[in-house]
Design a protein around this ligand. Structure first.
Ligand code: NAD
Ligand code: MG
Length: 405
């Protein structure tokens, strides 16, 4: 039977990689819905190629443009817009699998809707899980949804765990810890004193992976690895103390699982997201992803080092937020989204990202995250506070002039 996909965030980096794999297997996969925020032109091209039943964009104006362009080409895709339309395509009966590839908190509502509708969810949108943690996992379990990690580290861990239907339930038998590898990003060896002067162009230039702008900055601060520790906690039901971060600059080992008998299982491959995407799309089968085979003799050397928490304070902040529990992870994520956007807009410096997140976590009382209302309130409060701290920093910066782009 064909897998019928809703691809949330189809115009992004994960969206591109997913459609590349899908196009290789027209017999296995068909596309029910594609969604984009503002990039209407790219969405039109994707619709012409994949002929989905529905396309969703962020606003009415983009929707009108996309609909007109599709009609002109004789394409029958129906065009909708807005957050409610995202939720609709995520829970529609016409799809069985939802690829969650929207960036940031905007992905939470449709991804949660997919869980509540009992879909098979391929999760790239780690922010949704970091924000809602227990609520999201409960929705998955209570509604018989299947959660398959696409984030390369978590996909690697999933592949290294014992084969069983319910990985989470059986995990603790024999697993001593998870080792998440991290490249260390573009500033692993840069002189710490010069990090304050890092530009957005330098920060988004990842040494090994081609990704969207937000996750690229998160990789440069290592907030990404911090979010991934929280993500691993929820996906694999392990405490933070049993999730280790290991710097591995070559990004060939995508993560490892350490067992009580001393065995360590690792998943290796070239750093190309089409591997975890193809794995999750076809699971439990294996299909061609288009990724170049790994040539270890050519790579020759794999190296490892401990993370430097002084150089990367965001990593420490995320681990502390996981330990703190409650709304701390949701607040951390929201503050980080605001701070990263401000950095990309050149309103604050690179090292200020961690400062803003730290100030927000100190200023917000940590309360319960038992309901979605609690989480959304924490998200809104953290955004408000972070925006205020960003504005203070912008006002106090000597000669600071925001640069529009
Ligand atoms: P991206 O910026 O390239 O793409 C984001 C997608 O989300 C686009 O289609 C965009 O139109 C859509 N989008 C943005 N804001 C939206 C909004 N407010 N409402 C609806 N749609 C919106 O990002 P990406 O690199 O593809 O990352 C997507 C997610 O996958 C992120 O959560 C990221 O952490 C995760 N992830 C990415 C990679 C990677 O290699 N790119 C690896 C692991 C995990
Ligand atoms: Mg990752």
């Amino acid at each position: 039977m064909q897998t019928r996909l809703t691809l949330l965030g189809s115009t992004g980096s994960i969206g591109d990689s997913t459609l590349d794999v899908v196009a290789r297997h027209p017999d296995r996969f068909s596309v029910y819905a594609l969604t984009a925020h503002r990039n209407g032109d790219k969405l039109v091209a994707q619709c012409l190629k994949f002929q989905p039943e529905v396309a969703v964009v962020g606003d009415a104006e983009t929707a009108a443009q996309v609909a007109a362009a599709l009609r002109a080409q004789g394409c029958k895709t129906e065009v909708a817009h807005g957050p409610e339309a995202l939720v609709e395509v995520a829970r529609a009966a016409q799809c069985d699998t939802v690829v969650a590839a929207i960036v940031g908190a905007a992905g939470l509502a449709p991804t949660l809707a997919a869980a509540r509708a009992g879909k098979r969810i391929l999760l790239a949108n780690k922010e949704a899980l970091v924000m809602s943690g227990q609520i999201f996992m409960d929705a998955v379990h209570d509604n018989g949804a299947i959660l398959l990690p696409v984030d390369s580290e978590h996909n690697a861990v999933f592949q290294c765990l014992p084969p069983c239907a319910d990985k989470e339930a059986k995990l603790h038998g024999g697993v001593s810890k998870i080792i998440l590898t991290a490249s260390g990003g573009p500033f692993r060896t840069r002189e710490p004193a010069t990090l304050v002067n890092v530009t957005p162009e330098e920060a988004v230039k990842h040494p090994n992976w081609a990704m969207g702008r937000k996750i690229s900055v998160d990789s440069a601060t290592m907030m990404n690895k911090g979010l991934e520790v929280i993500e691993a906690h929820w996906l694999f039901n392990l405490p933070g103390s049993r999730i280790e971060v290991l710097i591995h600059p070559q990004s060939v080992i995508h993560s490892m699982v350490s067992y009580a008998d001393g065995s360590v299982l690792a998943q290796l491959g070239n750093p190309d997201m089409r591997t975890p995407i193809a794995h999750a799309l076809a699971y439990p089968d294996r299909v061609d992803s288009g990724v170049t085979p790994l040539d270890l003799a050519q790579i020759a050397t794999l190296t490892f080092e401990k993370p430097d928490f002084t150089r990367f304070p965001c990593l420490a902040l995320a681990i502390a937020a996981l330990d703190a529990g409650g709304i701390a992870s949701a607040a951390l994520n929201a503050a980080n989204e605001i701070a990263v956007e401000a950095f990309l807009d050149r309103r604050i410096g690179f090292m200020a990202i961690g400062d803003v997140v730290d100030r927000v976590l100190n200023a917000l009382p940590n309360t319960s995250a038992a309901t979605l209302a609690h989480v959304l309130a924490a998200d809104a409060d953290a955004r408000r506070l972070a925006s205020r701290f960003v504005a203070e920093l912008t006002a106090s910066a000597p000669g600071a002039e925001p640069i529009a782009h």
